[in-house]
Write a protein that binds this ligand. Structure first.
Ligand code: NAD
Length: 282
């Protein structure tokens, strides 16, 4: 039977763990963690994601703020906002909601975030730490994928896993985290030849290509486990990189919505808590 792996359940588990830790914070009279999000422009999807992040902060008792900048804002204005957040002793985690408008150098902006407040592990320093195994927090989406595997007891050790997509925010760090779990990982991307033929060989496939319903469930091996990272809003309906209508050949899969998305946000909270804890203990 095919299992629908609920990211919402994984998210709830992570939130329960955070709430339990916050009980200790209350006893210690520590200030609650604070997450600051920078949102540039009016992209409807980004507005929705930021709304979800704010809601989870509220539910957990975190402080949060969203700094909204208009789409025409200059690079130097964004950088100056980030510098203020870096210096603000009340701010524990900073998240730059991506994508940024095309006139902004994304790498330059991300690099301005203090590595100690980098809640999505996107600075060069923290990406380097990810490789050396010394990262304080892990990138939210890939780390959430690992949590889903663990929650559903999917054995990764020694498994041949395909990751499709090589972005710095999903594919590459996911490759690294799965390798750390002792899987044998193959990274596919837009220049890979015979992709649909090749993925038939993998028991576990993580798809993060950003193309709505590019794959269908029957493109994968019988009894494969498929993680769909993609998220797209089409005519007000959410869908992923995979169309799971005929999912019965699969062992397990993550739906969109209700899969990787909620887990990603819960990890953002976990990361903010970890960064805040480090600051409280200083
Ligand atoms: P991206 O556009 O930065 O990267 C896409 C990658 O896919 C590239 O490396 C490219 O080489 C590869 N690719 C593109 N077309 C391909 C093809 N036909 N065959 C094989 N590889 C191909 O995207 P991203 O930021 O990594 O995001 C990927 C998807 O995941 C998007 O839909 C995004 O919205 C979604 N996403 C979801 C979450 C979440 O929390 N659920 C978080 C981040 C991203």
């Amino acid at each position: 039977m095919s299992e629908r792996m609920s990211g919402t359940l994984v998210s709830q588990k992570i939130q329960t763990e955070i709430a339990a830790e916050l009980q200790i914070w209350i006893q210690k009279k520590w200030m609650m963690p604070k997450l600051s999000v920078i949102l540039v422009g009016e992209d409807p999807a980004s507005q929705v994601y930021v709304g979800h992040k704010e809601k989870m902060c509220q539910a957990l008792g975190f402080s949060s703020e969203v700094i909204r900048l208009n789409a025409e804002v200059s690079e130097s204005e964004i950088i100056s906002e980030i510098q203020k957040l870096n210096l603000d002793t009340h701010v524990d985690g900073i998240l730059i909601q991506l994508p940024l408008p095309s006139h902004i150098n994304e790498r330059l902006v991300l690099e301005t975030v203090s590595a100690d407040k980098d809640a999505d592990c996107l600075t060069e320093k923290n990406l380097g730490r990810l490789l050396t195994g010394t990262a304080k927090v892990l990138p939210c989406t890939p780390s959430g994928v690992i949590e889903i595997f663990k929650f559903y007891k999917i054995n990764l050790l020694g498994k041949n896993i395909a990751v499709i997509g090589r972005s710095l925010i999903v594919g590459l760090p996911l490759f690294q985290l799965l390798t750390k779990e002792n899987a044998t990982v193959t990274l596919f991307h837009s220049k890979s030849e015979n992709l649909k033929q090749q993925i038939k060989n993998f028991d576990i496939v993580c798809v993060a290509i950003g193309k709505p319903e590019f794959f269908k469930a029957t493109d994968f091996k019988v009894d494969a486990v498929v993680i769909d990272v993609g998220i797209h809003r089409i005519e007000n309906k959410l869908t992923g990189d995979v169309n799971f209508t005929e999912f019965k050949n699969l062992k397990a899969y993550t739906p969109v919505p209700g899969g990787v998305g909620p887990t990603t946000i819960a990890i953002l909270m976990k990361n903010t808590l970890a960064l805040a804890k480090e600051r409280r203990q200083k």
